[in-house]
Design a protein. Structure first.
Length: 167
């Protein structure tokens, strides 16, 4: 999925969970972290295609990173939400699109294995079906974003300070 799809998946989940603001923010940040490796685009598009979704999409790496982030921020309460956001991202990529855009799936068990995780490799379902589901979900997430913007319930509002927080 693209960043908007990942963000909206976690944003909609966070709305349903009715969680504290910092936990909600951790969920949203976690949902975007694995794609931070796109900064390698400065080394060229071919390099990005070859290296995206490798170690940056490891469940194990992000579990350890979430522990370190929680310790650094002195907030154990954000840990499960940070992990949930990251794991939603990686799982969505495994289920839907990693092999469609970035060849070969994700290294979900790195550093223990460089085996590529991608549902499409383990089923007889044609790639066209995955492309259809991927496109349908992207349309859903963009439509949901537009719907909430029209209702003035902005998906980015969680990052703004409320009047109580300003006082």
């Amino acid at each position: 999925m693209d960043p908007v799809g990942h963000y909206m998946l976690s944003w909609l989940l966070g709305r349903r969970m009715n969680i504290e603001k910092n936990a909600y923010r951790a969920l949203l940040i976690g949902s975007l972290l694995p794609d931070g490796d796109v900064v390698v685009l400065i080394l060229g598009y071919d390099f990005l295609l070859q290296h995206h979704s490798t170690i940056s999409h490891s469940y194990i790496l992000w579990l350890l990173a979430a522990v370190m982030i929680s310790i650094a921020l002195k907030s154990r309460s954000i840990f499960p939400y940070l992990v949930l956001g990251v794991y939603l991202h990686i799982t969505a990529d495994i289920l839907l699109n990693s092999g469609l855009i970035f060849k070969g799936g994700v290294w979900c068990l790195w550093p223990f294995s460089q085996a590529k995780c991608l549902l499409a490799y383990n089923t007889d379902i044609p790639f066209k079906a995955f492309r259809f589901v991927y496109a349908s979900l992207e349309i859903f997430f963009y439509s949901a974003a537009a719907y909430f913007v029209l209702k003035k319930q902005y998906p980015w509002q969680i990052w703004l300070r409320t009047e109580e927080e300003k006082s």
